[in-house]
Design a protein around this ligand. Sequence first.
Ligand SMILES: C[S@@+](CC[C@H](N)C(=O)[O-])C[C@H]1O[C@@H](n2cnc3c(N)ncnc32)[C@H](O)[C@@H]1O
Length: 221
Amino acid sequence: MWYYYGSKLKLVNKYPQPKYKHIIEPFAGSAQYSVKYWEIDVTLIDKYDVVIKLWKWLQKCSKNDILKLPILELGQNVDDFNWDCEEAKWLVGFNIVMGAYVPRKKPTRWTTTERPFRQINKLKLISENLNKIKHWNIILGEYNCIDNIEATYFIDPPYTKGGRLYIHNKINYSELAEWSLSRNGQKIVCGNESDTWLDFKPIGNLSGVKHKTIEAMFCNE
Ligand SMILES: C[S@@+](CC[C@H](N)C(=O)[O-])C[C@H]1O[C@@H](n2cnc3c(N)ncnc32)[C@H](O)[C@@H]1O
């Protein structure tokens, strides 16, 4: 939904379509997969309270709540503005930088002088997506806090290499592998070339803010 470190915005078309009427994203972040297939049931889980509060706030927002948010110029700081709530500040804090893992205070050149349309277009897109997320179930918690119901599980944890930046990044990958394989339904698991905890297959290259990676996927069906 918003710019986020590890977001699957550029890769979302490479993953299989959901086979079940319920998507569960236990490492939700900005949940690009669920945004694409938003019409069915969606459950998002994330351990980072900022992410979950943002989703819950967006569920209540009107288009105008989003479109009235400020577009920052180079040199400005989110602390210079008055905000209706912390979530509004966080949303802008994510969208003034490409791929931040926490909301930032100052915009980069990339979202101001070089690509001024990026902030505006993102807010416009979010405002157009608000109606899609109203029925979603959004949970603050550990990835495994949900019953093993039949669903499409889109499992996108912090990667073994590159995942350290997240506020929550301590994953026991053998436990996660076991948990993922034991889900009831379709399991789509994301990784990159450094991940060996499942039988990942490469799906394409991704140019991140700093590094290029080979993205990979495990899928049981
Ligand atoms: C790679 S990002 C997900 C990106 C998402 N697929 C997207 O398109 O934006 C991983 C997310 O997992 C969350 N996370 C890390 N450890 C977690 C845990 N133990 N349980 C649940 N969520 C966790 C992080 O806060 C982060 O938002």
